[in-house]
Structures are given as C-alpha cells and as structure tokens.
Design a protein around this ligand. Structure first.
Ligand code: ADP
Ligand code: MN
Length: 258
C-alpha cells in the first residue's frame, strides 16, 4: 500500500503485496497462477521482498514497482500479458529475423516468453555498450526485473514526453543525445529500436534513457532501415513540436545518413 499513491495509473486496485504466504489474490489481471509462480521465484531467490502497484499498465505489458527492504533497492518488474490478440501485429518484427527462425510459434505463452527474452537480451546489449537504459536484473519466463528509474520518493523518472524542459538549449541537448544514442545503438549494439519515441525514453539523472526494446531488430532484419526511418521521424516530429522547427531540426535524411 505504501507506494500505491505514487503510481501513475488510475486503476489503483493493485497495490497488494504478494509474498510467500499469500498465493491468493492476483495483484492484477495479468497475474495468473502461472505468472505468480515465476514472480515468486524473485522472492525466493531474495531479489525482491515486496511487489507493489503498477507503474504502468499497457496493452502488452504491465510494469510493477518492486522493492527489496534488505538492500533498500527499488525495481521495475515488467510482466508481459498472455492475451493473444495484442501480439498479432508483432509478426513483422519477427519476419526473417534469424534469432527467431526456429521459433515461429504461435502459442501465446511461448510468444510472450520470447518477447520477454528478446527484451532482456536487447537490454543487456544496450547496457553492455553503455547506452543509458534500465539495468537488466533477472528474467523469469515473461517477467523481467530491471532497475527502477526513479526521480526519488518512489516516483518514476518522467518519460521524455512529460519532461519539463528548462529552455530551448536543453531541448536541443536531448535532441542531440537521442540522435547519438540512435547511432550508437545501430553501430555498436547492432540494433534498431523500432519503436523509439517520446514514450519509450525517460529522462533520468539529467540523461536520456532508452526503454522498451522487445521489438528492436538487428540491421540484418529486412525492415530494419524502414524501422530506423520511422524512429527518426518520430523523434523529429516530437522535437519539432517542442519548438526546434527552423532552429535546430536536422533533416531525416541527414540523421539517417549519420
Ligand atoms: P509498454 O510500452 O510495452 O507497456 P514499457 O517498457 O514502455 O512497456 O513501459 C511502460 C512505461 O512504464 C514506460 O513508459 C515508463 O513510463 C514506465 N517504465 C518502464 N520501465 C521503467 C523503469 N525501468 N523505470 C521506471 N519507469 C519505467
Ligand atoms: Mn512503451
């Protein structure tokens, strides 16, 4: 209950703590008994001692606030939803990707496990290459434990979309930082984000952090450059709206070439 008031969704029903004793209620509709079994492993191996309310509820996943009272460290736990419908439009990301060639399963349980694995792997790749992102901690099936990006007081750091920019210089600073991370993701991590936007980046400790990388693809993917162009367009659209038009916007073509 104690973090419930900090979570930023209006469905405030899911602030129960689950622990070893309580196998009863689901913390949220996505926590079916099977999911609870995986979450419990995070408790039994001592990584977390509390699971709290949702930081975010999405179409494909919910993100929960977790805590370890022994180390006083907070975590974000992303749990993919088992619903089959929302995964239908993901096929184009998988198409022809060699990492998935032997995994063209349509079983929704296997699918979400694959997406979580993919996000965990991609996050590890970003993290290993020093691209700011939540530190990946542990994966249990479709439940991914990672560092919690917090601005303090248990509140999540703001998405780029919600960030209160000080001035134009700061907007330009983050615009350039985003472009540089896109380039480094491509050149050093060999990844195109493929869903990059002001919703999937967070401003934390004065830096831009990249999140939500389950759909990211390698340059070998037949659509990787289309996804890259889309990412660039999203970023340019956002920063154009923020007032950089005619001041600092770099053409999509130049960014793509860069
Ligand atoms: P999806 O968009 O698939 O629902 P995301 O990974 O984008 O899932 O997470 C949803 C939201 O949860 C993000 O926009 C962000 O606000 C919040 N969030 C996700 N991961 C973290 C984290 N590690 N720390 C703080 N907030 C997070
Ligand atoms: Mn997202």
């Amino acid at each position: 209950e104690k973090y419930g008031k900090y979570v930023n969704n209006d469905k405030q029903k899911s602030v129960k703590t689950i622990n070893d004793k309580a196998n009863r209620a689901t913390v949220d509709q996505v926590l079916d008994p099977r999911t609870i079994r995986f979450v419990k492993k995070l408790f039994s191996n001592g990584l977390i001692t509390e699971m709290n309310g949702t930081i975010s509820t999405g179409k494909e996943a919910n993100v929960y606030h977790c805590y370890n009272k022994d180390t006083n460290i907070e975590y974000a736990l992303k749990i993919y939803k088992t619903s089959i419908l929302v995964f239908k439009d993901r096929s184009r990301y998988i198409a022809n990707e060699y990492r998935f060639q032997n995994n063209t399963s349509t079983n929704p349980r296997k699918m979400i496990k694959l997406w979580a694995e993919k996000e965990f792997r991609n996050l590890n790749r970003l993290y290993a290459n020093n691209i700011p992102c939540p530190k990946p901690i542990e994966l249990k099936s479709h439940a991914l434990l990672m560092e919690y990006l917090t601005k303090g007081n248990h509140e999540p750091s703001p998405k780029l979309k919600d960030y209160d920019f000080k001035n134009l210089d700061q907007i330009i600073f983050f615009y350039h930082q985003m472009i540089i991370y896109m380039r480094r993701m491509f050149q050093e991590c060999k990844l195109v984000h493929a869903d990059l936007s002001e919703y999937n980046s967070i401003i934390h400790n004065g830096k831009l952090y990249i999140i939500d990388v389950s759909q990211s693809v390698e340059p070998e993917h037949p659509m990787s450059l289309d996804f890259l162009r889309m990412d660039i367009k999203n970023i340019n659209d956002f920063f154009t709206k923020k007032g950089l038009k005619d001041i600092a916007i770099i053409s999509e073509k130049s960014i793509f070439q860069f």
